[in-house]
Design a protein. Structure first.
Length: 407
C-alpha cells in the first residue's frame, strides 16, 4: 500500500497547504513543476505571490474570506503565475483542517487548460452570435428600406409611363387634330384673298398680313411642339460619339436655315462619349441657332467649344448616395449680346423667351434640357450682358449599364 507522502508526490494535480496568514507550508512536486520553482523557493512565501494580479485581488477579497467563514471553497477558477511569467489556469478546491491552534488550509489545484479553451470558444461563439444578430437586424432594416424604395420606384415608373402615354396622345393631337384647323384657316384665307378685288386687298392689307403671320407662326409653333414631344421618344441606338463632326454638321444646318455665312466655330479636342447621335446633334443645333438669333446682326458670331473630363456623382436625386463616374463637360461659349444672369434658369422653360423675336419660339433650350436629361446629364447656361453666354453640358462618358440595357 502507498504511503500518504508517496500519494501526494504522485498526485496528478497540485497540492498546497497554507496557514491563516496565507503562508505556504507545503507544495507537492506537481506544483513545483507547474510553477518551475523548487519546494524551498515556494515554502514560506505568501500564496498571493504565485497568483496573477487579478487572481490575487480575488483571493484577498473573496476566496480567503469565504474559506475562513465556511471552512471550505469549491470549484473556484484562478490563475497561477509561473516563474517565467506564463499564466496557468487552475480550479481550486480548498478546506480547513485542524483546530484553532493548529489550523491549516489544504488546497487542491487542478489545471484546466481545456476549460479555458472551451470558455474562449464559448466567448467567441457568443460574440459571433451577437454580431450575426446585429448584422441580421441590419439586413432586415435594409430589406425594409429596399421594399420602400422599390414601391417608390414602382410609383415613379407608373407616373413616367402615364406621362409618356400623355405625350404620345399630345403628339397625335398636334399631328392630326390641330394641323387640320390650321390648314383650313390658311386655305380659307387664301380663298378670301382670291375673292377680294385689288382695292379691297389694299384696304385690308394690314389685316391680311397679320393673319398670314399668325397662321404661319401657329403652324411653326405646332410643328415645334410636335417635335418637342416626339424627339425624346424616337428609336435610335446609343453609340460612342465624336462631338466635333456633330458640331460642324449642326453649324452647317444653322447656316443653311438662317441663310448666314459669318459663323465661326472653334472646336478644341473633345473626348468621345456615349449617346444618340441625332439627339446630341440637335442639342448643338439649338444652342448654336439660339446664339445666332440673339447675336448682333452687324457682327460675326464666334463660338468656342472645349471640353474636360470631370468626376460627377451618378446619383442626381437620391440624397446621401454617392458613385462618382467620369463625365465629359462640354462648354460652348459665344461672344454675343448675352443676357442678365437672373434669367439663367428661366430660359430653359417651355415657350420662355427673353426678347420679342419672330424667329424665336422658346422651345430650343427646353428641348436641349430634355435630351441631355435623357442621357443622364445636366445642362446649364451662364451669361453676362454684352459679354456673351456659356452653355455647359455634362454627360457620362460611359453608359450606366442598367439604364442603357433598357434602351
Amino acid at each position: 500500500m502507498l504511503l500518504p507522502q508517496q500519494i501526494l508526490d504522485d498526485l496528478p494535480s497540485g497540492c498546497i497547504t497554507f496557514d491563516k496568514d496565507g503562508i505556504i507550508h507545503y507544495v507537492n512536486p506537481f506544483i513545483c513543476q507547474l510553477l518551475e520553482q523548487s519546494s524551498d523557493d515556494l515554502c514560506s512565501k505568501n500564496l498571493n505571490s504565485i497568483l496573477t494580479v487579478a487572481s490575487g485581488i480575488f483571493y484577498q477579497t473573496h476566496f480567503f474570506p469565504l474559506l475562513k467563514l465556511k471552512g471550505e471553497v469549491n470549484e473556484i477558477f484562478m490563475t497561477l503565475k509561473a516563474k517565467n511569467g506564463s499564466r496557468i489556469p487552475v480550479m481550486v478546491n480548498a478546506k480547513a483542517s485542524g483546530n484553532d491552534s493548529q489550523l491549516i488550509y489544504i488546497g487542491l489545484f487542478s489545471t484546466v487548460w481545456e476549460r479555458q479553451k472551451y470558455e474562449q470558444a464559448l466567448l467567441d461563439a457568443t460574440k459571433a452570435q451577437k454580431k450575426a444578430i446585429e448584422e441580421n437586424a441590419v439586413l432586415i432594416q435594409l430589406k425594409k428600406e429596399l421594399e420602400i424604395n422599390q414601391q417608390r420606384l414602382d410609383r415613379n415608373l407608373a407616373m413616367v409611363n402615364d406621362r409618356n402615354a400623355e405625350y404620345l396622345q399630345i403628339g397625335k393631337v398636334l399631328t392630326h387634330d390641330m394641323q387640320e384647323p390650321i390648314r383650313k384657316i390658311y386655305f380659307y384665307l387664301e380663298t378670301l384673298k382670291n375673292n377680294l378685288s385689288s382695292h379691297q386687298i389694299q384696304e385690308n392689307n394690314s389685316s391680311i398680313v397679320i393673319l398670314n403671320k399668325s397662321v404661319t407662326r401657329l403652324q411653326r409653333l405646332t410643328n415645334a411642339l410636335l417635335d418637342f414631344v416626339s424627339t425624346a421618344s424616337k428609336e435610335e441606338p446609343y453609340a460612342q460619339l465624336a462631338a466635333a463632326p456633330l458640331l460642324q454638321q449642326a453649324a452647317k444646318e444653322v447656316q443653311e436655315e438662317l441663310g448666314i455665312d459669318d459663323l465661326l466655330l472653334e472646336v478644341s479636342p473633345i473626348p468621345e462619349f456615349w449617346g444618340k447621335a441625332s439627339q446630341i446633334r440637335r442639342v448643338f443645333f439649338e444652342i448654336i441657332k439660339n446664339a445666332v438669333i440673339h447675336n448682333d446682326p452687324t457682327l460675326p458670331l464666334v463660338m468656342k467649344v472645349n471640353a474636360v473630363i470631370i468626376a460627377e456623382n451618378a446619383y442626381r436625386v437620391t440624397a446621401g448616395k454617392y458613385q462618382f463616374t467620369d463625365h465629359v463637360q462640354i462648354e460652348l461659349r459665344d461672344d454675343g449680346v448675352g443676357f442678365d444672369s437672373q434669367y439663367e434658369q428661366y430660359v430653359f422653360g417651355l415657350l420662355n423667351k427673353l426678347r420679342v423675336n419672330p424667329d424665336a419660339l422658346g422651345i430650343g433650350l427646353t428641348l436641349c434640357r430634355q435630351i441631355v436629361a435623357a442621357h443622364q446629364g445636366q445642362i446649364k447656361i451662364q451669361s453676362t450682358p454684352l459679354m456673351g453666354s456659356k452653355v455647359t453640358i455634362t454627360i457620362p462618358i460611359k453608359p450606366p449599364q442598367d439604364f442603357y440595357n433598357e434602351n
